[in-house]
Design a protein around this ligand. Structure first.
Ligand SMILES: [Zn+2]
Length: 447
């Protein structure tokens, strides 16, 4: 009897206590549709125009000692629900998988300080510390956005290219492939015959998109195994086409520009209960050299508000169309006097100056000069420097791009509005309305 017991103990020991060798398992896989995303992108809930949300202490959700930048990738951690006693049910425990660039956030913080609604204030965090990869905490569930609302720009050195056989053919984007709004999952589990604990992993079907926006191929990607999350940046799928076109233009001039060098601000939202209404879209900053103030295609940013050019943001589609104008103008007019010298772009109305720049669609541009690109303003009345012909051609191009308003006081330039005073004697006020089909077309196909 003792022997039998001993044998049974030995058998059970060998079956249950050995570390199962999962590498030898023949996984049993099935295709399914899932409503829950594999991860979320973090946003904010009623933080106003802030670029972060509170990540509340996992042990005591009343303590908000950490902030999580909007656009971080997080997973809802089921295992942490044990801490949930007393936590309001609109907060969920999350684990941080990846965060946006800290350098970019610092630039927002370094922007000029103003009394109200300044860009610098968007990054003001007080004594809170920044969340890190693997940080855990409670996040308001209203500050979680489903992964399917985003496209993921994959950095070129990302392991995803090696891990999942996604070829590197230039900048690549990944988006979830959906059916009826649901994620397509390939779930693999250990077979019933396997003695260890049942283990499963999910792979999600994703489209691999190239820099033209064409689908190259599709791949099942296990986000836990492959590093594409830490090597990627989520961009809302409503903005991805414009952002991609902007990046393509930037990369034509400096081929190694990474997506993180394209500075972006998240949108401003108004909240009605659990519903967010975007009142100002995300914005992109025109890449401007901090030393020389030079912008794309030989352009120049005059009188920047501060060292980080925090007055150089536009909505993505507006900025894309403006850059298309720059791209084309360079081929039409390359001699001295042709440089596009631009001043203010997005300016919140509360900043006082430059009303009419609150939309994030408008830009001020100096008139063209006869033969100089000096950083010195001029009016259309300075006939020795002012070049009417070039300015007329430039306005023609702006009209062609679909811009909705062009204000300039030289009545001899067709197609411009006069302000009735003298404010627009020395600059053109141009607005690239992002909703105008022609502006969208210019962004997409160029001029
Ligand atoms: Zn203006």
């Amino acid at each position: 009897m003792k022997l039998v017991l001993l044998l049974m103990t030995l058998i059970s020991y060998s079956v249950f206590s050995q570390t199962p060798d999962y590498s030898k398992v023949e996984w049993v896989c099935e295709e399914l549709e899932a409503s829950d995303p594999p991860f979320y992108v973090s946003d904010e809930y009623r933080q106003g125009d802030k670029i972060w949300e509170n990540l509340r202490n996992i042990d005591n959700s009343r303590i908000a000692d950490t902030y999580i930048p909007r656009g971080s990738i997080v997973e809802v951690d089921e295992q942490l629900f044990q801490y949930g006693e007393g936590v309001p049910d609109y907060r969920v425990p999350i684990r941080v998988l990846s965060l946006p660039s800290e350098e970019e956030e610092q630039k927002v913080r370094d922007a000029k300080w103003r009394k109200r609604d300044s860009i610098a204030q968007m990054a003001r965090v007080g004594r809170k510390k920044r969340a890190e990869v693997d940080s855990i905490g409670w996040l308001d569930h209203r500050a979680l956005k489903q992964a399917k609302n985003f496209v993921f720009f994959v950095k070129e050195d990302a392991e995803v290219h090696a891990d999942s056989g996604v070829p590197y053919v230039g900048p690549t984007y990944l988006e979830f492939k959906l059916r009826n709004g649901k994620y397509l999952v390939n779930r693999c589990c250990t077979p019933d015959s396997f003695g260890g604990e049942e283990k499963c992993f999910d792979k999600h079907l994703m489209n691999v998109i190239d820099s033209n926006g064409d689908v190259l191929t599709e791949r099942y990607i296990n986000h836990q195994e492959c590093s594409f999350l830490t090597d990627s940046r989520p961009i809302r799928n409503t903005e991805i086409d414009s952002v991609r076109n902007i990046l393509n233009m930037v990369r034509k001039e400096s081929p190694n520009t990474a997506i993180d060098e394209l500075e972006m601000l998240p949108p401003l939202q108004a909240w009605r209960g659990s519903k967010s209404i975007i009142t100002r879209k995300e914005m992109t900053k025109i890449p401007v050299d901090e030393e020389t103030q030079e912008g794309p295609y030989g352009s120049f940013h005059y009188k920047p508000d501060d060292a980080v050019s925090s007055d150089a943001y536009l909505k993505p589609t507006s900025m894309c169309a403006f850059m298309r104008v720059m791209e084309k103008w360079k081929t039409l007019c390359g001699e001295p006097g042709c440089q596009i010298q631009f001043g203010d772009l997005y300016h919140h109305d509360n900043w006082g100056a430059h009303s009419g720049h609150d939309s994030g669609e408008c830009v001020d541009i100096r008139p063209m000069r006869k033969d100089d690109d000096l950083d010195v303003g001029l009016t259309y009345k300075q006939t020795r420097r002012y070049d009417r012909e070039k300015t007329r051609d430039f306005v023609k191009l702006i009209k062609k791009s679909g811009a909705r308003i062009t204000i300039f006081n030289d009545r001899r330039i067709p197609g411009v509005r006069n302000d009735g005073g003298s404010v627009h004697n020395d600059h053109l006020h141009v607005c690239f309305g992002e909703n105008r089909p022609k502006v969208q077309e210019s962004c997409k196909d160029g001029l």
